[in-house]
Write a protein that binds this ligand. Structure first.
Ligand SMILES: Cc1ncc(C[n+]2csc(CCOP(=O)(O)OP(=O)(O)O)c2C)c(N)n1
Ligand code: SF4
Ligand SMILES: [Mg+2]
Length: 351
């Protein structure tokens, strides 16, 4: 834990993004998480991803629930909007904010407990509605904040720090999301920033619900032998099937690829994601085949990572419910209030 204030001085030669901002201007408060916690590496990856994309800080809305993971939103882009909501209730708050203003980039950060235990119902409906947001699960298999109880993502037979064996089968957020029709599904590891940054960038630019499950070891309660969410276990058993290159709209695709070994996917804003098939038999555009592959490899104890599924054709929440393109805050009050005569006409309809 650290309470040292961050120095406010920037080196004059620090690189700047296209808005003229340095990465320091995308940082947030000093983290109070345990030294070595995977969540802090994810914070660093999110900061880099947003800085490189040059998203103006005031166009970002950070959403979270409760848990060590949910504290993450305090640690990046200090000048953004943000709500730290109630345990497991972040998707409802994100839905309300999304309806009121579709011009913001919504970034939700949650934990395996926050999402898969108390918040499972809310999570399911955000996916079902294809809510326009990036949803990151910092998955450590435990309730870190409340001192290391097994969460719903803990593997059957995995061991707690004091030797207790988990007797329930886990909920895999990736398979859960895919079975509900999620339009963007990825898995990363907090110890692999090179893989995580383009996944986050593609997720941010996706129109609809972008789910990224990130294995993020809890060094205090779940990083021992017998844990399947430790640094050592994840390094040993993770296998990348699809690596992603995010190519912004203004840049031409320079990454080379053999036809059949990569799938370039055009995103709505004109940018491109090139999905490289590391495993030749994996198809990131065929949901049922991808699900079968994930199930088969999961049974072998493998942790499959990468951009696992993408569908750019499913309409997002705004398209389905036809939300207003003008943020509610910019609509004059007189236009939002129906007025006496309209109300009277409405009442007549129900008389
Ligand atoms: C309604 C409610 N129930 C229970 C709690 C206690 N609680 C706080 S955080 C947490 C679990 C957090 O686990 P996770 O989401 O996995 O986050 P982590 O701390 O592991 O990052 C629980 C059960 C609470 N704050 N509110
Ligand atoms: S208890 Fe675990 S999850 Fe929470 S900050 Fe410490 S290492 Fe991270
Ligand atoms: Mg957790």
């Amino acid at each position: 834990m650290s309470f040292i204030a961050k120095p406010k001085i920037n080196h004059p030669d620090m690189p700047k993004n296209s808005l003229g901002l340095t990465s320091r201007q995308y940082e947030g408060a000093m983290s109070t998480l345990c030294a070595g916690c995977g969540h802090d590496s994810i914070t660093a990856a999110i900061t880099q991803a947003i800085w490189e994309l040059a998203i103006p800080p005031e166009r970002i809305a950070k959403m979270s629930g409760i848990g060590c993971s949910s504290k993450t939103t305090a640690y990046f882009v200090g000048n953004a909007h943000g709500i730290n909501s109630v345990h497991g209730r972040m998707p409802a708050v994100a839905t309300g904010a999304n309806v009121a203003n579709r011009e913001l980039y919504y970034i939700g950060v949650s934990g395996d407990g926050d999402t898969l235990s108390i918040g499972l119902g809310q999570f399911a409906h955000a996916i079902r509605r294809n809510l326009d947001m990036l949803y990151v699960i910092e998955n450590n298999g435990v309730y870190g904040l409340t001192k290391g109880q097994f969460s719903a993502s803990a593997d059957l037979g995995s061991k707690a720090k004091r030797g207790e064996v988990n007797s329930f089968a886990p909920i895999d957020p990736v398979m859960f999301g895919m079975s509900l029709g999620a339009s963007f599904v990825a898995r990363g590891f907090s110890g692999d920033k090179t893989q995580l940054v383009p996944l986050l960038q593609a997720g941010l630019m996706h129109e609809g619900f972008a789910l990224i499950d990130v294995i993020s070891p809890c060094v205090t309660f779940n990083d021992h032998e017998g844990s399947t969410k430790s640094y050592a276990h994840t390094r040993k058993y993770s296998t990348q099937v699809i690596s992603a290159d995010y190519v912004p709209r203004a840049e031409t695709i320079t990454v080379s690829y053999e036809p059949g070994t990569a799938v370039p996917v055009k995103m709505h804003d004109g940018s491109t994601v090139v999905l490289h098939k590391v495993a030749a038999d994996y198809d990131p555009t065929d949901r049922s085949k991808a699900l079968g592959y994930l199930q088969e490899h999961r049974a072998k104890g493998e942790i499959v990572t990468g951009l696992l599924y993408m569908d750019q054709n499913r309409p997002d929440f705004h398209g389905t419910v036809n939300t207003t393109a003008t943020p509610l805050v910019n609509i004059p009050m007189e236009k939002l209030i129906p007025g006496d005569s309209t109300l009277k006409a409405l009442q007549k309809d129900y008389a």
